[in-house]
Ligand binder design. Structure first.
Ligand code: FE2
Length: 241
């Protein structure tokens, strides 16, 4: 594990502005990580989409009424860059995840390292990897949803934009909707440059009330792509049943 931490990806992720990202997570339910991947890395990740042997399953969203477009879950072992991003991001988010479950009065405890967390998932039957690549063409969209794959849920997940807005596609914005108890919902629209990443709430955010914290319920989706093609990568930390 120490050797892995010395890679470029680990250093890059550890040097992000984590105090500000974590503050934004608490305040807004998401935090911008800023530019993380180079154009070449984005293109290399996009190219993986056309190698079916790297994936365990392919989902046509329209068939399940999830939206329109397609995504594929990586098979195990994950490509090296995906595995390093997942492990390094997890290490930076685990402490905050523990503070969130405590604020939400939930009982989960998240270990400091991804390996140990995945073992915990596997012991509970969540053994299939969840990082995925998504591909949208003009007219495609993703309905509001939550990425829950079993009882074990890390409260955060990270989305990487792999295509260049304005040039390679228009439309296709990341949308977050936060449902407040006994109140109307709030929407957030996040436009991301190619290579940018954002960490979002997977399910609940602890919002500060007069008498401690209460839960808001987050869902995310993608507005309709108007022109071109849009690729993204989703890094979910808990594995799936
Ligand atoms: Fe999702």
């Amino acid at each position: 594990m120490l050797k892995e931490k010395k890679t470029t990806i680990w250093r890059r992720i550890q040097s992000l502005a984590w105090p500000e990202i974590i503050d934004s997570l608490w305040a807004n339910g998401y935090g911008r990580l800023g530019p993380v991947l180079s154009r070449m890395e984005c293109e290399a990740l996009r190219d993986l989409y056309h190698h079916p042997e790297l994936f365990r399953s392919r989902v046509e969203m329209e068939r399940f009424r999830f939206g329109r477009g397609e995504y594929k879950y990586f098979a195990s072992p994950l490509p090296a860059i995906v595995a390093e991003l997942r492990a390094s991001l997890y290490a930076c988010l685990a402490k905050c995840a523990n503070e969130w479950v405590s604020a939400l009065s939930l009982t989960a405890t998240f270990p400091a390292e991804l390996d140990e967390f995945l073992q915990y998932c596997h012991d509970r039957g969540q053994t299939r990897p969840t990082p995925l690549l998504l591909h949208y063409r003009a007219g495609d969209f993703n309905c509001l949803h939550q990425d829950l794959y079993g009882e074990v849920v890390l409260p955060f997940q990270v989305i990487f934009a792999l295509s260049k807005p304005g040039e390679e596609f228009t439309g296709g914005e990341l949308m977050l909707v936060e449902q407040q108890p006994r109140a109307q919902s709030t929407g957030h629209v996040i436009q991301m440059e190619q290579g940018e990443a954002v960490v979002i709430t997977t399910r609940y955010r602890p919002a500060k009330g007069n008498r401690g914290y209460y839960r808001t319920n987050f869902r995310h989706g993608v507005s309709r792509v108007l022109t071109g093609e849009r690729y993204t990568m989703g890094v979910v930390f808990h594995d799936a049943k």
